[in-house]
Design a protein around this ligand. Structure first.
Ligand code: ADP
Length: 248
């Protein structure tokens, strides 16, 4: 495979922990402004794959390239975040005692990887950007409320907004709709699709109706490698996927 023009390129990636092969010759490509949903059973290596991309874990073998040219295996976590790779963990982490607006402002002003402060007034460009982000994450009407007063789903959106404030080219999202209401889940699919019109998005998810709403390309992992790829209909009709994941 050719990494030219890709946003994320994993080729033949393997990693073992104490002799257990968590990733085994994993190859995945994500294009610019493309969303990819990753599904697969527990222990398939989905989290390990995210850890490899963000530099938290080093592969034993294989290539990991960002934006067609940057070798991520040579960089540390802070450098990788600075390149424009944002990661959203399952649990929302927002500043509960700050307003929704200030959470986004803090993230916008934060030199990536450094603890933020609201040390200076936001410029016109910054307030415009905050307004735009709050619209994207469906929180314009809640901007003056404390983050603590948001629902679980809204906190997830706020954290997505905080990541957007860092202007990532690639967004990694781990089970965003776990614990959300049905309405929030549907809205989350819409907002991620909007984000993926300009950025690359990788979503790890177990909720198949949500994955269907995403409408993206799907990769099913099992035992540290790709079991099946395609659209959700193709992947979910694959006998191996049914046997190892969906049929359980
Ligand atoms: P998934 O996210 O798909 O559930 P993981 O990537 O968390 O899968 O795990 C893949 C396998 O690697 C699991 O069997 C897990 O126990 C193992 N594993 C992951 N990280 C570590 C680690 N840091 N040390 C030891 N084993 C690990």
């Amino acid at each position: 495979p050719d990494k030219t023009g890709t946003m994320l390129y994993l080729n033949g990636v393997s990693v073992s922990f104490d002799g257990f092969r968590a990733l085994n010759n994993l190859s995945i490509i994500v294009h610019p402004a493309e969303m990819l949903a990753i599904i697969g059973p527990n222990g398939a290596g989905k989290t390990t794959m995210m850890d490899i991309i963000t530099g938290k874990t080093r592969p034993d073998d294989g290539e990991v390239y960002f934006d067609g040219r940057t070798d991520l295996t040579r960089l540390d976590e802070a450098d990788i975040a600075n390149l424009g790779i944002g990661r959203k963990f399952q649990k929302p982490t927002v500043f509960e005692s700050q307003t929704v607006w200030d959470n986004i402002e803090l993230a916008l002003k934060k030199p990536r990887g450094v603890f933020p402060t609201l040390a200076y007034w936001a410029s016109k460009a910054e307030t415009d950007r905050i307004t735009e982000i709050l619209e994207t994450v469906r929180l314009s009407a809640r901007k003056d409320e404390l983050a603590a007063d948001l629902s679980h789903g809204q906190k997830q959106w706020l954290e997505v907004g905080m990541l957007l404030a860092q202007d990532p080219k690639l967004l990694l999202v781990d089970e965003p709709v776990a614990g959300m209401t049905d309405a929030e889940t549907v809205e989350t699919a819409k907002l991620l699709k909007e984000i993926a019109t300009t950025r690359s998005v990788v979503v790890v998810e177990h909720d198949m109706s949500f994955v269907r709403d995403l409408g993206s390309r799907v990769t099913c992992l099992a035992e540290g490698t790709v079991l099946a790829e395609g659209n959700l209909d193709q992947v979910s009709a694959n006998p191996l996927v049914i046997e190892r994941y969906l049929g359980r």
